[in-house]
Design a binder for this molecule. Sequence first.
Ligand SMILES: *Cc1c(COP(=O)(O)O)cnc(C)c1O
Length: 404
Amino acid sequence: MFQINENYQKLPGSYLFSTIAKKVAAFTQENPEKSIIRLGIGDVTQPLAPAITDAMHKAVDEMGSAETFHGYAPDLGYEFLRKAIAENDYRARGCDIAEDEIFVSDGAKSDSANIQEIFAAESRIAVCDPVYPVYVDSNVMAGRTGTYDAKTERWSDVIYMPCTAENGFVPEFPKETPDLIYLCLPNNPTGTTLTRDQLQKWVDYANQAGAVILYDGAYEAYISEADVAHSIYECKGAKTCAIELKSFSKNAGFTGVRLGYTVVPKELKCNGISLNGMWARRHGTKFNGAPYIVQRAGEAVYSAEGKAQLKEQVAYYMKNAAVIKQGLKECGYTVFGGVNAPYIWLKTPGGMTSWEFFDHLLEKAGVVGTPGSGFGPSGEGYFRLTAFGSYENTAAAVERIKKL
Ligand SMILES: *Cc1c(COP(=O)(O)O)cnc(C)c1O
């Protein structure tokens, strides 16, 4: 009789977004006349920029002609895209990253879930709390997290680093030494980030501890402050301790197009064995490349027109973030984030739990957000609003909240 991977049975149900959907559906049924504004889910709403759709149309035509047709893409991604990435995302920022240290993929969710498999089964992982659930769940599936305690909402073998208002959302070095450290900066869900100096301390810590930092930079395009690093490789010594995961989803609206990349520096080694070589082998065996049309779209992100159009798109969302942050501040909320990320993380008023505030906001204002407790126990008492809606809806939602 076949056996299943029992680790999947250990996964606690992720009820966050399904519970939200159920509550919203129930409310709409009872109050069909009330309009709902959704500032909950972390998906973009603006259409693809013209420079990108132009590049895609052109690539589609190429695919329709025998002379310019493309079959399987090269394992690591097309050179035209890896060159554009190396030049624009790294060398232009003084980071010495070569084309063959870049692995093009279909997005950062899959890369951040898959990267754990090149590490030993007994590796100890450290995550921030609250956290993007993929990091933990992918390690649960691999059998690396021990047992789950439903009461504390924690895994016995995971090292948690609480990030709350008390520590300024700056994770502290854990007491036990981790092997793998997941950092998402700027952060989803808190919308906060670290300065370059604070990140440098983590790089120094990882090098000293012999740990690898898995650095998720999905929100890099939203950085507005000069003392925040756009890449972990801006920190000295990062090439011997860090893997960087990037996505085209949030900077260019590729959530439905699918494109990302992972940087594994050649200097990153374990007992002389190169992780770059291991990831190349893994990529070549288990992945057959992002589509040619999509990689051409990705190249257009780095064209002069693409850059200008996407700068506007990011500014559009960040204007929403400012409207939310300013509006909530004016009516007495304690708010975080929204400066280097499209998320506002607010303290729930009057000691309400995250879910109590969710119900309050839905019933009294018709606004949907995300309860902070859904991202981990340290998210209790917080609430996330996203800046990814339309300006009109965002401004209307803030007006409704002001009237509460
Ligand atoms: C949105 C997001 C991503 C991007 O995932 P894709 O698979 O590239 O769409 C990665 N990490 C975090 C934390 C995110 O919020």
